[in-house]
Design a protein around this ligand. Sequence first.
Ligand code: GAL
Length: 336
Amino acid sequence: MKTETRNLTFRAFKLLATTGVGLFLLNMTLLSQKPTNFTSFKPGGEWLADDGKHIDCHGGNIIYVESLKTYYWYGEHRGQPRGASCYSSKDLYNWKKEGVVLEKGDIEIFERPKVIYDEVNNRYVMWFHYDGNSYTIAELGVAVSDSPTGPFIVKAHFRPNGNESRDIGMYFDPDTRKAYIGYAAGQTNLTIRIVELSADYLSVTTNDVDIKAHCEGPGIMKKGGFFYLLTSGCSGWTPNPAKYYTSPNIMGPYTIQGHVFKGDAGNNSFNSQPCYIFKIPGYKDAYLYMGDRWNGSGRPESQYVFLPITITEEGEMELHWHREWDLSMFTPERRR
Ligand code: GAL
């Protein structure tokens, strides 16, 4: 009898203790998930999400979903679990971690995810660099989700039109609603090719050309009837001076124009490598350079270099360093 009472008391105590610990942990999680209060971009600086942790979202892109009035930032989640992460924001400064929206599982190399929203089918399509540890598989991968915050399910991986494909960039043309992927192709990324995607963005078409640009992290934008392709050299995780090319047609021919980063003392693109150019809606000519500061190894703590891109009156692409800046730099567009 005595033993039974003791057992009961012990079980009640254990229950209280575990519930207490549970509630304490829940409290701690909620306490650490505080909204941040950033009001500017600080390129290369510390950038925390609402979970109080460094944003882990590299080599990716940002989309704006008008119906949800929300920006989504996708990129490589280089911490555990490896794969693609997604963060959401209302202002581009403060980001909420939505989680790992694609776990790479058996995929050895999963890099540079780029997401596009298919308005017609209300689907989110993610393209990425699919590879093996020695980077010789060199394929494009494609994954789909019904929600911006995943989960994304891998549908296929292949070499576009038989070509090797490594670093990728993406361009969505708002005038034609067509989407394109720029990909580092050929052995050791000798060149960049551009391929047009199918109307549902789920596969590639045979409209695929070698634009003879060299060679990685391609970012594409359009201004004043010209397409601008910004691309880094090939030096792995070590930054190098990026160059840009222009063309009146997305598929080329492209003309090399030269270096973009002005006053770049280290001759290394302000210690960054391009991953995307995001046209910020609601502002006139607001082009956001998204770059990664890999620090020689691409760790989860790698920082971001986000800077405004200027196209001069002569049509030249320029990037200038700003220790801190905000969107007031751009002219708001009048609402229609
Ligand atoms: C970089 C590339 C990265 C990653 C790295 C591996 O040049 O841009 O995405 O592939 O090489 O060394």
